[in-house]
Write a protein that binds this ligand. Structure first.
Ligand SMILES: [Ca+2]
Ligand SMILES: [Ca+2]
Length: 292
């Protein structure tokens, strides 16, 4: 397939490259707020290529030429200013998920299918997510394993390759109804947030998305569930109170911190997903784990 292996035999990919539940999704209910040039550009300071640097300070100076061009093309009511916090406390920065126009596939928002679950949330603009300076994507180039010994398309390491586009060959597709994927951070780390990009070029509502962290590879020690939208416990991991969502280029952002803002410490991050509302295969594009 264009030189790219379609099947992968091993469940775990090893590489040597350098390298309680709250959903923060609050995104634009209107299509306008989802147009290119707005959203999480963090004042236009986001990078154009995926990097390990996950955070960026709000822009301190005037707009760049690309910002000017973006501003020209977007409704006045949206844009970086709409998502910029009134003030950022000392030592904190706005989390930059790397959503520059050339870093993600800005699929047309609003494409929705007919079947919707009862717990589907309304999309409103997500508030800026503040993290301490120095927080970065700990998952970049880290090892990925899965419940499945084979995937239908792609390679597991695409989940942490920093590429967040959702086009052809830019996702990993599973042939089973309820796979999980797991990232090994290599050591216990302090996790502030986890961002998940399922395949989003066509907005999809996946069932039973569950995010867990644990101290061990088998996900049995010190297991904490950070997100669970399995409202009817069909996954058997307990009934979740989180809402269902459309897959979008701005990702699903899960807050890993406790009520006092303390990060969660763990080495392993496991994300379960079941097939979509209309039987769509489970497809992952990228998972970021932001922490220190
Ligand atoms: Ca990727
Ligand atoms: Ca369910």
């Amino acid at each position: 397939m264009n030189g790219r292996p379609a099947l992968r035999a091993s469940a775990t990919i090893h590489r040597d490259r350098p390298g309680s539940p709250r959903v923060l999704l609050v995104w634009a209910a209107s299509l306008a707020a989802c147009l290119p040039g707005c959203g999480e550009r963090s004042g236009g300071a986001g990078t154009t290529q995926p990097t390990g640097q996950a955070v960026t300070k709000p822009a301190a100076s005037g707009p760049t030429s690309s910002q000017v061009a973006a501003a020209r093309d977007r409704p006045a009511a949206s844009g970086p200013a709409a998502s910029a916090p009134a003030s950022v406390p000392a030592g904190m920065v706005v989390l930059d998920l790397g959503l520059a126009p050339d870093a993600v596939t800005r699929a047309t928002p609003g494409y929705t299918k007919g079947i919707k679950p009862p717990h589907l949330r309304a999309e409103v603009k997500r508030k800026p997510f503040l993290v301490p300076e120095g927080v970065e994507n700990l998952a970049l180039y880290k090892d990925v394993s899965s419940s499945e010994s084979q995937v239908v398309l792609g390679d597991l390491d695409q989940l942490t390759d920093g590429i967040k586009k959702s086009g052809e060959f830019e996702f990993v597709e599973f042939g089973t109804a309820r796979p999980w994927v797991q990232i090994d951070l290599g050591a216990p780390r302090d996790i502030h947030a986890i961002a998940i990009w399922h395949f989003y070029k066509n907005a999809t509502i996946y069932n039973d998305v569950i995010v867990r962290i644990a101290d061990d590879e088998a996900c049995t020690r010190n297991v904490r569930t950070l997100f669970n939208n399995d409202h009817d416990n069909s996954a058997g991991l307990g009934r979740g109170k989180d809402t269902a969502f459309y897959t979008r280029w701005w990702a699903e952002l899960v807050d890993a911190r406790d009520g006092s803002g303390r990060p969660a410490r763990a080495r392993y991050v496991r994300v379960y997903t079941a097939t979509g509302m209309e039987g769509e295969s489970v497809r992952f594009v990228e998972i970021d784990v932001y922490g220190q």
